[in-house]
Design a protein around this ligand. Structure first.
Ligand code: SF4
Length: 139
């Protein structure tokens, strides 16, 4: 039973501990308007991956979050994430935990209508090594 929608900050709780949704890389979650939150520890990791200084990365690719409590990745005019390139995530290997956590750690009402992730029993997903840690190659 899904106890709720969680939060993009959630990296602790499985919303449904019995089911794991395996990402099909549909990139729907990269094309919704809104913040892509960056944790403080994620900034140096992503900057290093892009071979940039943290200052340059912040200057070129981030803005204040709508709640002004941290940074978000920029979005393009069409609301896609600035890191979405050629149908994939430019920083997939080091993408923010908000991205890695969707839809298993957080989601929203009606998310199944727009996301192509495939439900797999959690035990099977664990046995097959499909379950990845937050902040790593989850999707
Ligand atoms: S950082 Fe990558 S996974 Fe996250 S929204 Fe942007 S393109 Fe998608």
């Amino acid at each position: 039973m899904n106890p709720g929608f969680g939060s993009p900050d959630n990296d602790k709780v499985w919303l449904d501990p019995d089911i794991y949704y395996v990402c099909r890389r549909c990139t729907a979650c990269c094309r919704w308007p809104g913040d892509v939150r960056l944790g403080e520890e994620e900034i140096p990791r992503i900057a290093a991956y892009l071979a940039m200084t943290e200052e340059d990365f912040i200057q070129c690719f981030t803005r204040l979050r709508t709640d002004r409590k941290g940074l978000s990745l920029l979005e393009k005019e069409n609301h896609e994430c600035v890191m979405l390139e050629n149908g994939g995530c430019r920083i997939h290997e080091v993408k923010p935990s908000q991205c890695a956590g969707f839809p298993n750690r957080w989601n929203f009402e009606g998310w199944r209508n727009v996301c192509e992730a495939v439900p797999v029993p959690m035990a099977e997903a664990l046995a097959k090594g499909l379950v990845q840690k937050q902040g790593s190659k989850e999707s």
